[in-house]
Design a binder for this molecule. Structure first.
Ligand code: TRP
Length: 332
């Protein structure tokens, strides 16, 4: 085999691929495909850990796949988690090497269980939400990934993955798993244009995320109606709304962004003109994605077939690891 290192990352099929998700993760996934062996998973088992709709899950998963492909993820690097049952099987073995206490300390578990409680106290918190980080560890370790591109919010899960790997190694008396490292890249901070104090997120609702696959008019409108500043607060600091628009602009057209930044600094920024230019720029920036999406979805059946095929290929790697793990663990 060649010297390329292995990368693994996964995305949950919840909500659309909005601008924050694209700039924060997927753009980087696409770029690093050149230099690494990449495994990218659509993790539908993870998406079931929160209250979910079983009538919609499959459609959401496929749609995310079309969108990932439209962004430039290669088919052969993409798999669907539930098509590779080795992940959940490994997760069981790893759960036996994970302490109950450390799972309880995961901030994502605390946040998400709080979200459920706040929303509806009659909905229960699933055991799977609690053990979710172990499945994530299995996703990573099963491909012996060296690097995991993730955001800061996943740092704790990665730390846990390293602990689990070491504990497993100690248990079986062999340095079997590598402790994977996070791969942090330059990630622009993309906030909701409707509420620039909150991160752009699908779960906040329609107006809080810009869907790069929605039609041009909608994208332009979302920029035009973006919150700029409230007119309160100190005028010598940039408002969060304006800062967010500049951050987005920097990604779509740096030159134009700098031009408007100079205007801002000299006190001559006309918000209307600024937003219009950003809206145009963002529409252009996202156009290739929409065009690719249209092409890809022209024959959904063929795409589904090929992704099942690539999942089967990737499964071979997972199956090999699981065989070794079972043998080391004393399983028959
Ligand atoms: N937990 C990640 C999230 O909330 C998703 C995920 C599942 C993941 N398995 C993974 C990320 C493995 C990186 C590696 O988005």
């Amino acid at each position: 085999m060649d010297q390329k290192k292995t990368i693994l990352s996964c995305i949950q099929p919840t909500g659309n691929l909005h601008l924050g998700r694209y700039l924060g993760a997927i753009r980087n996934w696409v770029e690093i495909q050149q230099d690494y062996h990449c495994f990218y998973g659509v993790v539908n088992y993870h998406a079931m850990t929160m209250p979910y709709n079983s009538k919609k899950l499959a459609e959401q998963s496929w749609n995310l796949i079309y969108q990932l492909l439209a962004c430039g993820i290669k088919e052969e690097n993409l798999f669907v988690q539930s098509l590779i049952p080795e992940h959940t099987e490994l997760a069981w073995i790893l759960q036996c090497n994970t302490s109950f206490g450390e799972l309880g300390r995961m901030t994502q578990f605390k946040d998400k269980s709080q979200q459920i409680k706040d929303k509806d106290k009659d909905i229960f918190i699933s055991a799977a939400l609690y053990s979710y980080p172990v499945l994530q560890a299995a996703d990573i370790l099963i491909y012996k990934a060296h690097y995991v591109p993730v955001g800061k919010d996943q740092e704790q899960h990665l730390e846990l993955t390293r602990n689990i790997a070491q504990r497993f190694n100690f248990q079986v008396g062999k340095e079997y798993f590598y402790p994977p490292e996070p791969l942090f890249t330059r990630i622009p901070k993309v906030m909701s244009t409707a509420d620039p104090l909150r991160k752009m997120s699908a779960s906040l609702g329609e107006k809080h995320h810009i869907d790069i696959f929605s039609d041009e008019k909608r994208i332009a409108k979302q920029i035009r109606s973006a919150v700029t500043d409230s007119g309160e607060g100190p005028t010598d600091v940039m408002s969060p709304g304006i800062e967010n628009l500049f951050n987005i602009f920097r990604e779509t057209d740096e030159q134009a962004c700098n031009h408007f930044l100079e205007k801002y600094e000299s006190g001559n920024l006309a918000y209307g003109e600024f937003k219009m230019a950003l809206a145009d720029s963002l529409v252009e920036f996202t156009r290739p994605f929409r065009e690719r999406y249209t092409e890809i979805t022209a024959d959904k059946k063929a795409v589904r077939h090929r992704i099942k095929e690539s999942s089967r290929e990737i499964q071979k790697v997972a199956a090999q690891t699981l065989r070794e793990v079972k043998e080391l663990s004393g399983l028959i």
